[in-house]
Write a protein that binds this ligand. Structure first.
Ligand SMILES: NC(=O)c1ccc[n+]([C@@H]2O[C@H](COP(=O)([O-])OP(=O)(O)OC[C@H]3O[C@@H](n4cnc5c(N)ncnc54)[C@H](OP(=O)(O)O)[C@@H]3O)[C@@H](O)[C@H]2O)c1
Length: 332
């Protein structure tokens, strides 16, 4: 496993990291959650990404139990705040009271006195940005988080936050990024790089679509993520016959390069030095080991050109907002 520095921080994170969104928030049994997490340690993965909203605390609770058995300085722990935590309409967002309440709740569930990275899961357009930044600065000053990051902020929101907070507060940006969702390359990568903010990208395998296991016109394999009815909402972006056909065109390219498709897909995102880590999900420990092996794989220019040709216009490359992200900035 190779490691990269997270933005301007002193954190060294594994190029492949493990996330807990639909998996360890309830989608995957407790035994498999433990097996995947231990497989990550075995494979040299030291970076773990969760959020308060994953299963409304369930993912943090599961990892609190498993990770707290490991020395605290042997892993880099990231969580997030923004999405609703209850049916109370006030129990969401990035107001100062909400951030103060949610960091404490996350730390309790994670059984630690600090996270390494505390991230805004989205931008809150209903709260003055000054309030949000002051609240994050307080969390850092209290020692409850070492660094702050954001997820799916627009370039305008990123710039406004940096203008107010200065260059040191934010060390990471977490956009969706994969062969099938290349939009952040257009602006977010450059803007962040200019301020020493790393990308840590989510769904680099397009939720499993880039493993090639979903075949156009064929039934969804049993036990896979898209076999679950709950996933119907998220399918549109990465799951159509046109996309599945494009993914099948990548298979011979991977084979000719001596790789399997997940490795090609992960090496493809890691080719960008703006990335510190690709945050993968896994439902089985074998997937963790397979994905970790993509660290250090270099793709030739010929392979990259062949990938572009195979994808053609299929992927969603327009710089549209990711689902859930809203434009705009509210000021005091
Ligand atoms: N900031 C945000 O808004 C945001 C949003 C989404 C995710 N995230 C973060 O990003 C993390 C990763 O997202 P993701 O789970 O969608 O990532 P992903 O790596 O694109 O997809 C993971 C899923 O693909 C399948 N898979 C993975 N490796 C495989 C392999 N080698 N062979 C076959 N199938 C494989 C597994 O599903 P099955 O086995 O069930 O098919 C696995 O759960 C999340 O856990 C979360 O931490 C953040």
């Amino acid at each position: 496993m190779r490691y990269r520095t997270l933005g301007s921080s002193d954190l060294e994170v594994s190029e492949i990291s493990l996330g807990s969104w639909l998996t360890y928030s309830g989608g995957v049994e407790a035994d498999a959650t433990r097996a995947c997490t231990e497989a990550a340690f075995d494979a040299g993965i030291n970076f773990f990404d969760t959020a308060n909203a994953y299963g409304r605390g369930a993912a943090e609770t599961a990892w609190g139990e498993i990770l707290s058995a490991h020395p605290r300085d042997s892993y880099v722990l990231a969580t997030k705040v923004y999405f609703p935590m209850s049916d109370d309409p006030a129990d969401r967002g990035l107001s100062a009271p909400q951030i103060a309440k949610q960091i404490d709740a996350s730390l309790t569930r994670l059984r630690t006195d600090h996270v390494d990275l505390y991230q805004a899961h989205r931008f809150d357009t209903t709260v003055p940005i000054e309030d949000t930044i002051e609240a994050f600065q307080k969390v850092v000053a209290q020692g409850k988080a070492r660094y702050i990051g954001f997820s799916e902020w627009t370039p305008e929101q990123i710039q406004a936050a940096i203008d107010l907070a200065g260059p040191e507060l934010f060390v990471s940006s977490q956009p969706q990024y994969s062969m099938l969702w290349q939009a952040p390359e257009a602006e977010v990568f450059d803007l962040c790089a200019a301020h020493d903010i790393s990308q840590i990208v989510w769904s680099p395998l397009a939720q499993g679509v880039l493993t090639g296991k979903y075949k156009p016109g064929q039934p969804v394999p049993e036990g896979s993520r898209f076999a679950s009815a709950d996933m119907a909402v998220s399918q549109d972006l990465v799951y159509s016959d046109a996309i599945l056909e494009a993914v099948q065109r990548l298979v011979p390219i991977a084979e000719e390069a001596g790789l399997d498709l997940p490795t090609l897909a992960l090496a493809w995102v890691l080719r960008r030095r703006e990335l510190a880590s690709a945050i993968t999900g896994a439902s089985r420990p074998e997937q963790v080991h397979a994905n970790a092996a993509a660290s250090g794989v270099e793709l030739t220019e010929d392979v990259l050109t062949a990938v572009d040709r195979a994808l053609g216009d299929t992927p969603v490359t327009e710089p549209t907002l990711a689902p859930g992200a809203e434009a705009g900035v509210k000021r005091r």
